[in-house]
Design a protein around this ligand. Structure first.
Ligand code: MLT
Length: 215
């Protein structure tokens, strides 16, 4: 059974929810600019077969394109809006966990979705069990001192990405590592778009993680 919620309801964001097996860690799917709550469902089903999928739609519209937070220019973020939207996303995840009986999810975010997932790790570290960040960049110029002790994070960057400079992705990896996260940063010979290598690397990495409730 799947469920589409087209209007922001008690959970606060338009979303799609697909229930899953309790032994599989739920995924929080976070789409890229111009995407929606349906975009990453096929990816989520491949990366974590049988897992519950919680997929919100970004509440910001940039010329009709949904995003998770405002930007002033490409790669230049409105950090006040980012902080507010990240708090809204944290509240959405908490409400969805209570309503659907979910363990803390792993985020699987692409581009703008990866950037808010990185902000969620830094601003509300308790919300996520870990994250797969595809083509992320540094979301906050001065991140707070978060405690991400032991949280697994897979970062997948593109060596030919015209949007995310290598230095920026490397800085994010260092920030997350400094906060205690167990970061694996892979740089693929691709651009900003999602590639087949992203799908297989993410699936292998998620398969290797501990299940919810495991020691
Ligand atoms: C962002 O705005 O989050 C990044 O520039 C990625 C994008 O959405 O293009």
């Amino acid at each position: 059974m799947t469920q589409d919620v087209r209007t922001p309801n008690a959970l606060g964001l338009i979303h799609h929810f697909e229930p899953g097996a309790t032994e599989a860690r739920p995924l929080l799917l976070l789409h890229g600019t111009g995407g929606n709550e349906h975009d990453l469902l096929p990816l989520g089903r491949i990366v974590a077969p049988g897992a519950a999928l919680l997929s919100p739609r970004g509440a910001v519209s940039e010329n009709g394109m949904p995003r998770f937070f405002r930007r002033l220019a490409e790669g230049v973020f409105d950090e006040a809006d980012l902080r507010r939207r990240t708090a809204d996303l944290a509240a959405f995840v908490a409400a969805a966990r209570a309503r659907f009986g979910l363990a803390a999810p792993l985020a699987l975010g692409f581009s703008n979705g990866a950037n808010i997932a990185a902000a969620l790790l830094m601003l509300h570290p308790e919300v996520l069990a870990g994250a797969v960040l595809i083509r992320p960049m540094v979301p906050l110029a001065e991140p707070p001192a978060a405690n991400l002790a032991g949280k697994p994070v897979l970062m997948l960057s593109g060596a030919m990405d015209p949007i995310v400079p290598a230095e920026n992705a490397g800085r994010l990896a260092r920030q997350l590592t400094a906060a205690g996260a167990a970061v694996e940063h892979r740089i693929l010979p691709v651009g900003h778009g999602l590639s087949q290598a992203d799908v297989s690397l993410a699936a292998d990495w998620v398969r290797g993680l501990a299940r919810p409730g495991a020691a």
